[in-house]
Design a protein. Structure first.
Lengths: 173, 155
């Protein structure tokens, strides 16, 4: 699999240093149980590699099979505009089985953000183009399902648990 | 190890069941590009398996005027249940009887395992293979190769 360029931009959600030797990009769907299962393993990876790792999350909602994935992704973008992306991101994965609209509003409320503003953003589709850009960019880069991990631009075709992600990262260090 | 048919080869025509009582022929698609996605089996235990992925990306294929068809050796009833469960909007073809005959004609059949290879073909509007790719069975090849090929198709 050729390494594809996937430049990290200012519209990306990034944890970690731009100069880190390893960039781990995940394309995920908040309603996907496999993404939810991978979520704690990603945190283990982040703890393990510290400043050696930059983590980027992009949206890849499989809306045809996950009816709440799109609105969940939009709630994360909404939270992000208010500087709370990662907290919403964690909340969504921890509750991937109940991402109906009532939960999303409760999550927005719990972060001290405006439910009205969120409701309007959903109605206007304020964040749909960002999510679509993530999705189409992912397709072109070779995303083949969710979660899809890329380590320094190369798709990780192994398992999504900590040992396998760490082994793949080690081979790039 | 089978070799999938290469670009420039006319795509072998076929007629396969798409539902228990309807058949579909490749020749019906002459005049528009077709993506043939051979895959081992329905019901693999991941959300984003290949057919789910192509279902989600299908609007992008349609922008190129291309239809996507899935082919495995599963029977039509199995396909019907799988397509319903995954909300698929494109045909799944049953390469069921004779088992794997169409897959074999494309060089995309695994004799020992009795399933189709994970093989992709982009066929141009004149019925000639424009691009083909065989992925390792354990690796979902995604859609980037397909989209690249569709973009390079002469219009």
């Amino acid at each position: 699999m050729a390494v594809s360029k996937m430049p990290v931009t200012s519209s990306d959600h990034v944890q970690g240093d731009a100069h880190a030797p390893i960039t781990l990009v995940e394309y995920g769907d908040y309603e996907c149980p496999y993404c939810a299962a991978a979520h704690p393993h990603v945190k283990l990876v982040q703890n393990r590699y510290g400043r050696q790792l930059r983590f980027v999350f992009r949206h890849f909602p499989l809306t045809e099979i996950h009816p709440n994935a799109q609105s969940a992704a939009e709630s994360a973008e909404f939270a992000g505009v208010h500087g709370r992306f990662w907290e919403m991101h964690d909340l969504l994965f921890e509750n991937h089985e109940r991402l109906g609209i009532e939960f999303l509003f409760a999550a927005v409320r719990s972060l001290g953000l405006s439910e009205t503003e969120f409701r309007d953003a959903l109605a206007k589709g304020t964040y749909t183009s960002k999510i679509r850009d993530d999705f189409l960019g992912g397709v072109r880069h070779g995303v083949n399902g969710t979660p899809a991990f890329f380590i320094n631009g190369r798709r990780h075709d192994g398992a999504f648990d900590f040992p396998h992600l760490a082994a793949a990262i080690d081979s790039q260090l | 190890m089978s070799q999938v048919l290469s670009p420039g080869t006319p795509a072998p025509d076929f007629t396969l069941h798409v539902t228990p009582d309807q058949c579909l022929s490749l020749a019906e698609f002459r005049g528009k590009p077709v993506i043939l996605a051979f895959y081992p089996a329905d019901w693999s235990p991941v959300c984003g398996d290949q057919m789910v992925l192509y279902n989600q990306i299908r609007p992008e294929f349609l922008k190129h005027g291309a239809e996507v068809l899935g082919v495995s050796v599963d029977g039509a009833w199995c396909h019907q249940a799988f397509a319903k469960a995954r909300n698929l909007h494109f045909p799944l073809l049953a390469d069921f009887e004779p088992k794997g005959a169409v897959s074999k004609s494309y060089g995309a059949y695994r004799e020992g395992d009795g399933v189709s290879e994970r093989a992709l073909f982009v066929i141009d509007k004149d019925g000639v293979i424009f691009w083909s790719y065989r992925s390792p069975l354990a690796v979902n090849p995604g859609a980037d190769g397909i989209l690249d090929a569709l973009e390079r198709l002469p219009s």
